[in-house]
Design a protein around this ligand. Structure first.
Ligand code: PMM
Length: 289
């Protein structure tokens, strides 16, 4: 078994390093290589098990960078942080970026499109010996919240599981072994707020597919919806959702529930908050055993 998956009594914590000018939550702050590296080092100090380095914003409506731009953003950061011994995941939908990232020291390819945006990514990950995260995805950011793409007539959990299994078939066909695959339900991607809650509540069915599961709940807009309703007794204005969603307690609560259900990895912005919460969960589990 890869050491990535050896049991450690709690989910891994994946710290997010977005090297983009317009990402969901830390847009623009970590654009320069040095700043991104410093942020990665800080997340490691706070207890991140893995770092996820991304050069393309997947915020709804975001336009895509050129491949050259994406490479220039992520490769120097991956080289530097992997040279310092960090376990690196690259958050990309592009085969070219995945290939260069694996050569620069990344061990995981985190593809939010699950191989749909650039199918060659599956093969380059297999050839480069990487672990592949297939996330549930239906379309690029400019289209992903269109009504037709929010349609789950058989229920969101059932359809997400079925679509993830189709991604597994494609990954296998490209040469990826099952022990190099991770699945992610894709919170916030072609999902309504209610769909996201149903996926969190129904995570056992994703786990039952038999692969390690990664979940990214951190600072997603569905948390902003909930907290906005709590604050005002009404739907908050769209521009408030994101900042409200940055209040950590709600997503820490979601992550605690996911930890108890047995997910493999939590993708988070605030590593310390996640590690603190997981320490408490782990202690309670030890005392109850
Ligand atoms: N979410 C975002 C980006 N990459 N990768 C995975 N595997 N799962 C996610 O939920 C996910 C992701 C968007 O969030 P950000 O812009 O705040 O990083």
């Amino acid at each position: 078994m890869s050491p990535l998956f050896s049991p450690i009594g709690r989910p891994r914590v994946m710290g997010i390093v977005n090297v983009t000018p317009d990402s969901f939550s830390d847009g623009g702050r970590f654009l320069a290589t040095d700043d991104a590296v410093a942020h990665g080092v800080q997340l490691l100090d706070e207890g991140a098990d893995l770092l996820d380095i991304g050069g393309e914003s997947t915020r709804p409506g975001a336009t895509r960078p050129l491949v050259e731009e994406e490479l220039a953003r992520v490769i120097p950061v991956i080289s530097e942080l992997s040279a310092r011994g960090a376990v690196i995941s690259v958050d990309t939908m592009r085969a070219e970026v995945a290939e260069a990232s694996l050569r620069a020291g990344a061990r995981i390819v985190n593809d939010v499109s699950g191989g749909l945006a650039d199918p060659r990514i599956l093969q380059v990950t297999a050839d480069g010996g990487g672990t592949y995260v297939a996330m549930h995805w239906r379309a690029h950011s400019t289209q992903m919240q269109q009504a037709a793409l929010l349609d789950y007539p058989r229920g969101v959990v059932t359809e997400v599981c079925d679509e993830l299994l189709r991604r597994v078939e494609s990954a296998r066909a490209a040469g990826l072994e099952d022990d190099a695959l991770v699945l992610d339900p894709g919170l916030g991607f072609s999902k309504s707020a209610e769909h996201n809650w149903q996926l969190v509540a129904g995570i056992d069915r994703v786990l039952d597919l038999g692969f390690p599961v990664l979940v990214g709940a951190s600072r997603k807009t569905f948390l902003g919806h909930l907290l906005g309703e709590l604050d005002a007794g009404a739907e908050p204005a769209a521009d408030r959702l994101r900042s409200v969603g940055e209040r950590e307690s709600a997503h820490v609560a979601v992550n605690v529930v996911l930890a108890q259900r047995g997910v493999w990895c939590l993708r988070v912005h605030d590593v310390r908050a996640a590690r603190d919460a997981l320490a408490a969960v782990q202690k309670i589990q030890e005392v109850s055993a």
